[in-house]
Design a protein around this ligand. Structure first.
Ligand code: PRP
Length: 174
């Protein structure tokens, strides 16, 4: 079952704060937000409305593949950006950093396209699970291990529409 971890009010306050921090770093500058689908679609839509800078939004979808028998952390582009990011201020918007493999690969891919600045804004950082070195420049919540859903984050594609962020717990853990 689901146990509420962050309410919609907690999330709204945190997203507003993230927006302020981004604005402060990019005074009078244009920003291109890169929403990593699918998990970041709700976070991105709220975040960009908290940033007053002239902004554009583009979308990218990648899939991780690999298992113990192959190399873990391969990332394949399923849907690429439509915008050219060369010389742009780019902020990658990610719902959650877990092992860090996805973001690390995406960051490397986007850096080859020579953006002016490349920052990472992550709503949730599950730092204890990190397998590669990668840090968010703007991080909303840092959490311990645990399976979270809601606010765009899924379990088997469900719960993305849950307005709060919840942790999946066993009945006897409640
Ligand atoms: C989730 C999440 C991050 C990634 C984090 O995406 O949205 O992109 O996993 O994990 P990592 O740090 O271990 O790479 P997922 O692949 O489940 O796809 P989704 O966004 O479409 O739900």
């Amino acid at each position: 079952m689901l146990k509420k971890l962050f309410s919609r009010q907690d999330i709204a306050t945190t997203v507003k704060d993230l927006g302020r921090r981004i604005e402060n770093d990019f005074v009078n500058e244009e920003i291109l937000f890169v929403c990593l689908l699918k998990g970041s679609f709700i976070f991105t839509s709220d975040l960009v409305r908290q940033v007053a800078n002239p902004s554009r939004v583009d979308f990218m979808r990648v899939s991780s593949y690999g298992n113990q028998m192959t190399t873990r952390g391969n990332v394949e582009i399923i849907k690429d950006l439509e915008e050219d990011i060369e010389d742009k201020n780019v902020v990658i918007v990610e719902d959650i950093i877990d092992s860090g493999l996805t973001l690390s690969r995406v960051k490397d891919m986007l850096l080859t396209r020579k953006p002016k600045v490349l920052k990472i804004c992550a709503l949730i950082d599950k730092r204890c699970r990190r397998e590669v070195e990668i840090e968010g420049d703007y991080v909303g919540f840092t959490i311990d291990d645990g399976f979270v859903v809601g606010y765009g984050i899924d379990y088997a594609e469900y719960y993305r529409n849950c307005p709060d962020i919840c942790v999946v717990v066993e009945e006897n853990e409640v």
